[in-house]
Design a protein around this ligand. Structure first.
Ligand code: ATP
Ligand code: MG
Length: 388
């Protein structure tokens, strides 16, 4: 087949001097995705093109390109010489005899002998001549035929524009450490921050034997699904049992969750610094549970001193989060029924308005905080999650 896939990018244009870096990163990410297909990729000014692929790979390539952040839209096009009859022949082969249509021309090649409106009119006339039952409809056509005349002497003809993921190429905004639980929210927050160009590492706390090994596998599976969008990442697992048992033993039950979360943040910040991550990312959404009130967030936030914590879901409803989770394919895995360590030793009535002073007073009861943190980090494991 002589189809080609045209890829378009958007926001990158805004980036002035950095444009070269953004484009190089985008091209690298696209090529990484195309690695498993036999095809040709070329980058010309303002347009990327995939060609010479097998018919049966077309939909899989389209699906893969829809996961690349930085791409705005794509079209499956036919390519021919920039010649009115060649262009018309393609259109005649691809629209029904009695279609309503509109021709829209874009002429990047300013040396082409006709202006864009003249090209549209001429092609329209040829179609009407060859298909007398067809009709031009400029407002609500069944087929909007785009004719894109490039500087290369070639023209693309296509009808549909398929929406891609938008955002910025992964790798253009630095690296962040995602706090990845097995729930619905944190995978969505990963998706949203990678969309702004962050590469990720993920950290997961597990409390074996209170949580099962399947819970860890589930998180690994989530990281694999995410790597489709976020790229390859390292999943760092941290044994958390001893920390939780210690908090449970010494601290007041209503502050259990607050202090557990402060420990998670302390460990995460240290690991982030070890791995050159410049921010933490979590899936908190204001008011969703006791640990996500403004006061709770203030108290957990307080232990992180050297980097921002990004919470892309902070203003979203659960249903909005579920919708994204379903669209990116993490939902089915997220709802598998394995316990997260946050549920271990949880009191019935966690405090919803904790204070920093009281949290600090509770933590005073634990003498070896630094040691507990060091020990957890000493026992971390790193699982490499490779882009599929
Ligand atoms: P999620 O659906 O992401 O699990 P949640 O609504 O269950 O979120 P919490 O359990 O309070 O909320 O967790 C809030 C955030 O803390 C999570 O989104 C995640 O970023 C982080 N988190 C919770 N548990 C873990 C864990 N075991 N390992 C790593 N991060 C965690
Ligand atoms: Mg959770």
């Amino acid at each position: 087949m002589d189809n080609v896939i045209i890829l378009r990018y958007g926001e990158l244009f805004l980036k002035g001097k950095n444009r070269g870096f953004f484009e190089r990163t985008l091209i690298k990410n696209i090529k990484e995705k195309l690695g498993k297909f036999r095809c040709n990729f070329s980058a010309q000014r303002g347009r990327y093109e995939i060609s010479e692929y097998a018919d049966e790979d077309e939909q899989a390539i389209v699906a893969a390109m829809k996961t690349v952040f930085g791409l705005q839209s794509l079209s499956i096009a036919k390519k021919c010489d920039s010649d009115l009859h060649a262009i018309s022949d393609i259109i005649l082969k691809n629209i029904p005899e009695n279609a309503t249509f509109k021709v829209k021309t874009h002429r990047a090649d300013k040396t082409f002998s006709l202006t864009s409106p003249q090209v549209s009119c001429s092609i329209g006339e040829i179609i009407l001549d060859k298909l007398p039952n067809s009709r031009v409809d400029l407002h609500n056509p069944e087929y909007e035929i785009n004719v894109d005349i490039r500087e290369t002497g070639k023209t693309y003809v296509y009808t549909d524009k398929i929406q891609c993921a938008g955002g910025m190429p992964v790798g253009t905004a630095g690296k962040g450490l995602l706090l990845l639980s097995g729930g619905i929210d944190s995978p969505v927050s990963a998706y949203m921050m990678s969309k702004r160009g962050l590469t990720l590492d993920a950290i997961h706390f597990y409390s074996y034997p209170y949580t099962s090994m399947q819970a860890k596998d589930k998180v690994k599976e989530l990281a694999c699904i995410l790597s489709d969008y976020c790229g390859s990442m390292n999943l760092i697992t941290i044994p958390f049992t001893q920390i939780q048992e210690t908090i449970h033993k010494y601290c007041s039950a209503d502050y259990m969750i607050t202090i557990v979360r402060r420990f998670m943040m302390r460990v995460a910040e240290k690991v982030a610094r070890m791995r050159d991550c410049g921010c933490l990312i979590n899936g908190e959404s204001l008011g969703q549970v006791a640990s996500q009130t403004m006061q709770s967030i203030t108290v957990t936030n307080d232990v992180v001193k050297t980097m921002p914590i990004f919470r892309p879901l902070i203003g979203m409803d659960k249903q909005e989060i579920v919708n994204i989770s379903t669209a990116i394919g993490t939902y089915e895995t997220s709802v598998l029924p394995f316990e997260d360590c946050c549920t271990v030793f949880m009191p019935d009535n966690p405090v919803t308005k904790p204070t920093i002073a009281r949290a600090e007073a509770e933590e005073q009861k634990i003498v070896n905080i630094a040691e507990l943190i060091e020990q957890a980090i000493d026992n971390l494991e790193i699982i490499e999650i490779k882009i599929q």
